[in-house]
Ligand binder design. Structure first.
Ligand SMILES: *Cc1c(COP(=O)(O)O)cnc(C)c1O
Length: 389
């Protein structure tokens, strides 16, 4: 068992969704829950949001099935590529897939629909500038017309994805919108008549660009209370509160009293410059703490910042707790979250490691025990804290 804990506040996630919904209305909210709901736990997050959002977006088939296994019947869109052999499962789960060609895969989709005697729900993906998945704009009108006419397909949506909304590259972003609208224009009335939902915006664009909200937005990172970038935070934080929903803690295993000049860790990259207390944490890069934080990161112990010293190991990390007398074996250590007046959020940790908050949370191993705070558990805790023992 990994000796660490993730505490996830499902009510904070619901409040983030409510705040963003208030901003993007009347556009509807499709919560992106790929990568184990950005590390927060897919079944729990899907259940918590089932009544709050219009749909869920996942990347893989197994993620769609996990949502159904959690008892959630909401619409699902699988954003990533699907194998033909999985189409029956997908159709049975009632999930929609993204389609970006009318080639052999599209024929497999149609065959599945006929075999199951029900139209296969699809969203057509149009590439307007990421150059990843999606049909080029030039071919989009044909593909859309074909899908509208195809009795085996239930065309539910047409969508694109933005390359640089997080960086506030508004010329490029608005150019993508123009290309998307131009690609749909020849079929505008037919799409509207069939109720085909248009969508383009992930978190950053949904918050920053009213014109990009279209019929539906696809926020991932903001759902979890993490800003997409420093730029979006600077632009939006004055008017919008996002609550980080995840707290990551562990405990000190060992605290060593060592003399000045003592080498710590692999590669001898750190030596004490004074008599020191060096703590060892049971979390290393295999548990999701980036090795790039070696000699750079910080954690919180007893409401104070303690630097990471030496190289982060596969399963362990050293911190300097000199001058923090509460730092004893078993003492709580916060990797993400607040302690006393100090706080480290996923983006702080990411910045020190040279990456983005997305990567930090998406790579939190599923094996870390997760504990969920719900409205009921929070009410219970505050009740028991009021009852004299
Ligand atoms: C991951 C993803 C999103 C969500 O992005 P955030 O920046 O986390 O809001 C939306 N759409 C697509 C296609 C994605 O792959």
């Amino acid at each position: 068992m990994i000796d660490a804990e993730l505490v996830i506040d499902l009510e904070a996630i619901r409040r983030n969704v409510a705040r963003v919904t208030g901003i993007v209305r009347p556009a509807r909210y499709a919560a992106v829950v790929k990568s184990n709901a950005y590390g927060h736990g897919l079944p729990e997050v899907a259940r918590a949001l089932a009544c709050d959002v219009a749909a869920f977006c996942v990347y893989r088939v197994d993620e769609a099935l996990a949502i159904r296994a959690a008892g959630v019947a909401s619409p699902i869109l699988i954003l990533g590529p699907v194998e033909a052999r999985d189409l029956d499962l997908v159709q049975a789960a009632g999930a929609a897939i993204a389609l970006w060609s009318d080639g052999s895969f599209a024929r497999d989709v149609a065959r599945t629909a006929r075999r199951q005697a029900s139209r296969f729900p699809v969203h057509l993906k149009i590439d307007t500038g990421v150059t990843r998945l999606g049909i080029d704009c030039a071919g989009a009108a044909n593909l859309l017309a074909g899908a509208l006419a195809n009795a085996d397909l239930d065309l539910r949506g047409a969508f694109t994805h933005l390359a640089a909304a997080e960086e506030l590259e508004s010329d490029f972003t608005l150019g993508q919108l123009e290309r998307f609208e131009a690609a749909l224009a020849p079929l505008g009335t037919a799409l509207a008549r069939r109720g085909v939902v248009r969508h383009a915006a992930a978190s950053a664009a949904a918050l920053l660009y009213p014109r990009l909200r279209l019929d539906l937005v696809r926020p991932g990172i903001a759902t979890y209370g993490i800003w997409p970038s420093d730029e979006t935070r600077a632009a939006l934080a004055p008017g919008l509160e996002l609550e980080a929903a995840l707290r990551w803690t562990t405990r000190l295993v060992v605290v060593r009293e060592v003399e000045s000049g003592r080498s710590v860790g692999y590669g001898c990259t750190f030596a004490t410059s004074r008599p020191s207390r060096i703590g060892v944490l049971p979390v290393g890069y295999a548990e999701g703490l980036p090795r790039a934080l070696s000699n750079r990161g910080e954690v919180l112990v007893a409401g104070r910042r303690a630097p990471v010293v030496g190289r982060i190991c596969m399963n362990m990390t050293f911190i300097d707790v000199t001058g923090i007398p509460e730092a004893k074996p078993g003492a709580a250590v916060t990797l993400i979250g607040s302690d006393g007046g100090e706080r480290i959020d996923a983006n702080d940790l990411a910045a020190a490691a040279g990456t983005i908050g997305y990567e930090i949370v998406a790579r939190l191993p599923t094996e870390i025990p997760r504990r969920y705070l719900t409205a009921a558990s929070t009410a219970m805790a505050s009740l028991s804290s009021k009852v004299p023992s």
